[in-house]
Design a binder for this molecule. Structure first.
Ligand code: MV4
Length: 496
């Protein structure tokens, strides 16, 4: 066992800060790497030491394996945490870190490789009794054969690129007549996008729910799951709202999905933090989709309901410790919801809206957590992901967590850029979300920019009348009145 002394965080923004905070609490020194655009970023300032690794473009900084390993050597760091995104699921990064004699805070390069290929992943888990969507388990290129398979599975079917992920390289085929054309397109798309034209066919589950399980393995072979997260509220494969636990899982279903998730991890000798993604149809059948071999953006909801610090657990496992608890010691405490605050304009097709945070005041109070990497007055660089913060609420029940989230969104003051907060508030108030009857098509089905426009309700109309009279009175007596312009009620809709 090697106790980690100094940790380099190969990331930026909220996750870099998140990781460094836990390291510091464990007495581990921290090293930041930063691009020229992040010279004054919070992660750069928070770390004990910081090394500039290049120009703003990710390809010249946060994606440069050589520069990051050189920074670790230069500062005598003995471990590297990749965060999420960037190099977090790059097998070459994980192996080069090992070859340099350093510890990678994550799984083995082999596990990253297997799970990075959808077909290899399916093949690995098939022997472990994990439910898979009906379909092919091998790359398919012979059109006649493929057509036959599609017919057997039954339309609609989905063509997926083996090297794809996060929704990239998928094509729905509704009927046999369009099969050939879609197949040709899928193969050439996969070739140009991933340099690998392997595609396979699955039964298309038309409006699935996305339920994922957090798992942890250690290097002694122990594997546990930390329950599920429901991530069905998304737009164009970008998650916007996540919660734990799922509103619809029964204890029995949770136990069998948890067991399947552990088996997925077992199938590739997994250690570290991982997430096993399932889709679920309306009959509550669940199927393994893919495994993400990193800490995920939405990990805080799991932390809130388990009381565990997942980054500390990652560090302990990486330095060879065993998981310090058993599956039966784990329990779900209350309910947690996370909303992602993106610098995007929901009224304008969610186009990125970068700029300067003129006002930036975080909500506060019991059960509220904000993970972010910005302060008031800072500019949001356009080189990177537009997610500026995660707002997490934890309460005893789902209903209480929703009410807390609405209050927190109303207390969040952001001016200078548009954000997705208004969209998130809309979701919190929506009957489909509140009842738990929603799926991955929620945004498509229910959201239009018009729903963000505040329609005054009856009470508000009456109040406006009263206010008009008052103002008139005041004008008569030459009094001045300054309207409250702190934007406090910016997201309020039909509420008084
Ligand atoms: C599917 C599917 C329906 N049927 N596979 C999207 C991203 C990638 N992880 C796999 N995805 C899907 N695979 C079959 N056989 C629907 C999706 C899907 C989806 C999955 C999870 C979360 C959001 C989604 C949004 C659209 C489609």
């Amino acid at each position: 066992m090697h106790k980690i002394q100094k940790l380099l965080v190969a990331n930026r923004g909220e996750i870099a800060l998140r990781v460094m905070r836990s390291a510091r609490e464990m007495g581990v020194a921290t090293v930041a790497v930063y691009s020229e655009a992040d010279r004054n970023a919070l992660h750069t300032r928070f770390a004990d030491e910081a090394v500039c690794i290049g120009p703003p473009a990710s390809s010249e900084s946060y994606l440069r394996i050589d520069k990051i390993i050189a920074a670790a050597k230069q500062t005598n760091a003995d471990a590297i945490h990749p965060g999420y995104g960037f190099l977090s699921e790059n097998k070459e990064f994980a192996s080069k870190i090992r070859e340099a004699g350093l510890i990678f805070i994550g799984p083995s390069p082999e596990a990253i490789e297997i799970m990075g290929s959808k077909l290899a992943a399916k093949e690995a888990v098939a022997k472990f009794n994990v439910p898979l969507v009906p379909g092919t388990s091998e790359p398919i290129s012979d059109i006649t054969k493929a057509k036959k398979v599609a017919k057997e599975i039954g339309y609609p079917i989905l063509i997926k690129a083996s090297a794809g992920g996060g929704g990239k390289g998928m094509r729905v085929v509704e009927e046999e007549a369009s099969f050939e054309e879609q197949m040709d397109r899928a193969i050439s798309e996969a070739k140009s996008a991933f340099g690998d034209g392997s595609v396979f066919i699955e039964k298309y589950v038309s409006s699935p729910r996305h339920v994922e399980f957090q798992i942890f393995g250690d290097q002694a072979g122990n594997i546990v799951h930390l329950f599920e997260r429901e991530c069905s509220i998304q737009r164009r494969h970008q998650k916007v709202i996540e919660e734990a636990p799922s509103a619809i899982l029964t204890p029995e279903l949770r136990a069998s999905m948890g067991e399947a998730a552990i088996n997925v991890a077992r199938s590739c000798g997994y250690y570290g933090a991982g997430t096993v993604e399932f889709i679920m149809d309306e009959k509550m059948n669940f199927y393994f989709l893919e495994m993400n071999t990193r800490l995920q953006v939405e990990h805080p909801v799991t932390e809130e309901i388990t009381g565990l610090d997942l980054v500390k657990l990652q560090i302990k496992i990486a330095q060879g410790e065993e998981i310090p608890f058993k599956q039966e010691d784990l329990h779900i405490h209350g309910h947690a919801i996370e909303v992602r605050v993106y610098a995007e304009d929901p009224a304008n097709n969610f186009l990125p809206d970068i700029g300067t945070l003129q006002t930036y005041i975080r909500p506060q109070g019991h059960g509220i957590r904000v993970d972010d990497g910005f302060e008031q007055g800072m500019a949001i660089p356009f080189y990177y992901d537009p997610m500026i913060a995660k707002l997490i609420c934890h309460a005893e029940s789902r209903e209480d967590a929703i009410e807390k989230m609405i209050r927190a969104i109303d207390d969040y003051e952001i001016t200078g850029i548009e954000t997705t907060l208004g969209f998130c508030r809309f979701v919190m108030e929506h009957e489909a979300f509140r009842s738990g009857h929603f799926d991955t098509k929620f945004a498509e089905k229910y959201f239009t920019p018009e729903v963000l426009q505040t329609k005054p309700n009856e009470v508000e109309q009456q109040l406006a009348g009263v206010l008009a009279v008052t103002l008139l009175e005041q004008a008569k007596t030459k009094m001045t009145i300054s309207a409250s312009s702190n934007g406090q009620n910016k997201w309020k809709k039909n509420r008084l």
